[in-house]
Write a protein that binds this ligand. Sequence first.
Ligand SMILES: NC(=O)c1ccc[n+]([C@@H]2O[C@H](COP(=O)([O-])OP(=O)(O)OC[C@H]3O[C@@H](n4cnc5c(N)ncnc54)[C@H](OP(=O)(O)O)[C@@H]3O)[C@@H](O)[C@H]2O)c1
Length: 337
Amino acid sequence: MIRVGILGPTGYAGLELIRILLRHPNARIVYLGARREERPRIDDIWPILKNRISLPCSLIGQDPMPEMDVAFLALPHTLAMSHVPEMLARGAKVVDISADYRLKDPAAFKKWYKVDHTDAANLPRAVYGLCELFRKEIAGAELIANPGCYPTAVTLALAPLLKKGLAAPGRIILDAKSGVSGAGREPKAELHFPEANESITAYKVGVHQHTGEILQTAERLAGRDVDALFVPHLIPMDRGILATCYIPLAKALTTDEIKKVYGDFYKDDFFVRVRMNDTIPTTKQVFDTNFCDIAVRGVGETAVVVACIDNLIKGAAGQAVQNMNIMLGLDESAGLV
Ligand SMILES: NC(=O)c1ccc[n+]([C@@H]2O[C@H](COP(=O)([O-])OP(=O)(O)OC[C@H]3O[C@@H](n4cnc5c(N)ncnc54)[C@H](OP(=O)(O)O)[C@@H]3O)[C@@H](O)[C@H]2O)c1
């Protein structure tokens, strides 16, 4: 059995990691690291786990850690990078769910996250874990930068057109909506029920921190500069992301032609489901799954691509386990279906 540890098990991504790993045929959770001095049992924090796992949370930095084969970090960004060097030094493979290792350039990290990177030495060895696009690199990695939730949906939506040179150099519009769990469990006024319920808003228009990550991968796929305007929205549901992407085309393509491009591109990817009929995916249809559902339309010289994921699964814990499976040569879908 693969010995697995989780730092940050008391957050939303941490809970989903536990739920997935409990049903994983090859993994056993041996360590839960938290900052809670009272060292609570995890099923007292998350009653949904009663009768399934009752491991006490260890105090990070004080209690001993057992040997681990894989460590998942589900900590806030800018904190994860202070723990990754130690986990690597202990010989664990690391999957970091935070943003700390996603941007290759420390200057870009400073631009988008407003702090200096404190572990730039490990940035070059971090592999960007968007499984469907970078599987080969992931297989040989020791440190995975698990992609952000919005970037996962948006990049899977853009990849076929960018990679095949079918997108024109003009501005791509990325309009994305997320449920409130995307912001984590820590209370914030704008996430308070009377503020968020029955209401919808755009936020961080053109300046959201995921913009740098989206552009980094888009440019890598296209092999040129990419211009994209990313506008996220908060919508009153627990979880789920729907991204609608407006991509200028080098020449007009019909819906059927674009469907063929996407169907071929993702034909071997179990977790990407391209709609070949006339339906458009909804967030409910990917709820609590590791799937990304995609529909495409050709509207003159614009491709409209709609992608849906569950932000906590394909956008966080599910993709993290998918990365572990690839790194260790396991069935890629183990624990995830
Ligand atoms: N939510 C999503 O949809 C999503 C998607 C992709 C990536 N992510 C990323 O995944 C990470 C976790 O997100 P989340 O949504 O699970 O956040 P969350 O619900 O706020 O959980 C954060 C976790 O980090 C712990 N933590 C916070 N400060 C700490 C400290 N100083 N020392 C030790 N532990 C500390 C929290 O412990 P306490 O319970 O004690 O506060 C909790 O376990 C973040 O980097 C986030 O950006 C989240």
